[in-house]
Ligand binder design. Structure first.
Ligand code: MG
Length: 382
């Protein structure tokens, strides 16, 4: 199999630093999008790339091997974040592609987070990876469309990332490839600014992969460039085997797709643990209670139809005919909330009692006041 590839990365039009890292080599292609203060995002994404690069020397020819390597990258970042307090809580999303030669050449696509791998074939663009993001969960549940997801105010909340926890669930997909295929790996900086339809147009306008990668980055910047953008374009040139695609993920289960947020900052981890144990207690309780009681027990926080914070009684999504009802309505909107609380609300944090939910609501109010006070103090100093 003969490949030709090009890659381009850019800080964009708004940010000061490029926290994306990438690798484009004969058999391994990686895009990692780091996050964390004090340059930690760059450290996290670079660690992901170097770990995979080192591991690839012995080959990545199986789903298991690829998954193991991504786990190693997770461990490397997680350990580094524990060793250096300035890097606490750093993480990175990752999409990576390994070429497996043979009679039926194929690619393995590993994915954690919302960087993406696409296949461009016969002028049609399809996604080879599935985002681990809040909006993807809404799409999966049929609440919003993929196009609505792209412009959703909470589109940047990822539900999985490397380095946040001791271990991570890694998707690995296997696809057969053929001559004429064009594969694109990119960070969310591209897809937040450019629709899949427009990406497809650009892919059709350029034949050289390097030109194409640069053109895609330019289009993202022209559309606003609000994030770092990284693009790798790989063309499959040789005539190879029968054209068959196997787009089925080999490991993702609905439960994994709905795994709890892993991006909770270290500062909030105690709250996270409390909520986790509360949820566990609620689950044990429900197991020994009739389903009707279960359906009406428990509370969770979320946004109502007017996008205002509310405490609901019942279960997220409802159970059978027991639908959640609003217990406490507030006038707080998503825009007022600090990032970490916004995630809690968006992901419907659960509580085992009304008083726990009320306490959490009080915490949010304090956090908003703190944020406002900090802002006004800063303004005064200036
Ligand atoms: Mg990004």
């Amino acid at each position: 199999m003969k490949l030709k590839w090009g890659a381009s990365t850019d800080v964009g039009m708004v940010r000061q630093q490029n926290e994306d890292s990438y690798l484009a080599e004969e058999n391994l292609y990686v895009v990692a999008d780091g996050m964390g203060g004090h340059n930690a995002g760059e450290v996290a994404s670079a660690l992901a790339v170097t770990t995979l690069k080192a591991g690839a020397r012995t080959g990545i020819d199986s789903v298991e091997r690829f998954r193991e390597l991504v786990q190693q990258a997770n461990t490397a970042i997680y350990t580094a974040s524990l060793d250096d307090s300035t890097q606490s809580g750093m993480g990175t999303t990752l999409t990576a592609l390994s070429i497996v030669a043979g009679e039926e050449p194929r690619v393995l696509v590993a994915n954690v987070g919302d960087a993406r791998t696409y296949l461009w074939r016969n002028n049609a663009l399809t996604r080879l990876s599935v985002d681990h993001s809040y909006v993807q969960e809404l799409v999966n549940e049929g609440i919003i469309t993929p196009e609505e997801a792209r412009v959703h105010p909470r589109r940047n909340i990822v539900t999985r990332a490397l380095g946040i926890d001791r271990s991570v669930v890694v998707d690995v997909f296997s696809h057969l490839v053929r001559t004429g295929d064009r594969i694109v790996l990119c960070s969310d900086g591209l897809v937040d600014e450019v629709s899949d339809a427009d990406i497809a147009v650009v892919l059709g306008q350029h034949s050289d992969p390097q030109d194409t990668a640069e053109a895609l980055v330019m289009v993202a910047n022209t559309a606003g460039g609000r994030d770092n953008t990284t693009v790798i374009v790989i063309d499959v040139l040789d005539d190879i085997s029968e054209p068959v695609v196997l787009p089925t993920p080999d490991n993702t289960t609905p439960m994994e797709a709905l795994a709890p947020m892993q991006l909770t900052p270290a500062k909030k981890s105690k709250v996270g643990m409390v909520l986790f144990w509360s949820a566990l207690v609620a689950i044990v309780f429900s197991a020994i209670t009739v389903i009707g009681v279960y359906g009406r027990s428990g509370y969770f926080i979320g946004f109502d139809s007017n996008d205002q914070v509310a405490i609901y009684r019942g279960r997220v999504g409802g159970i059978l005919w027991f639908q959640p009802t609003i217990e406490t309505q507030t006038s707080m909107s998503g825009e007022e909330l600090p990032e970490d609380i916004l995630r809690d609300v968006a992901l419907n944090r659960e509580f085992s009692s009304s008083s726990q939910a009320s306490k959490y609501l009080a915490l949010i109010r304090i956090a908003i006041i703190d944020a406002t006070t900090t802002t006004s103090t800063t303004t005064t100093v200036r």
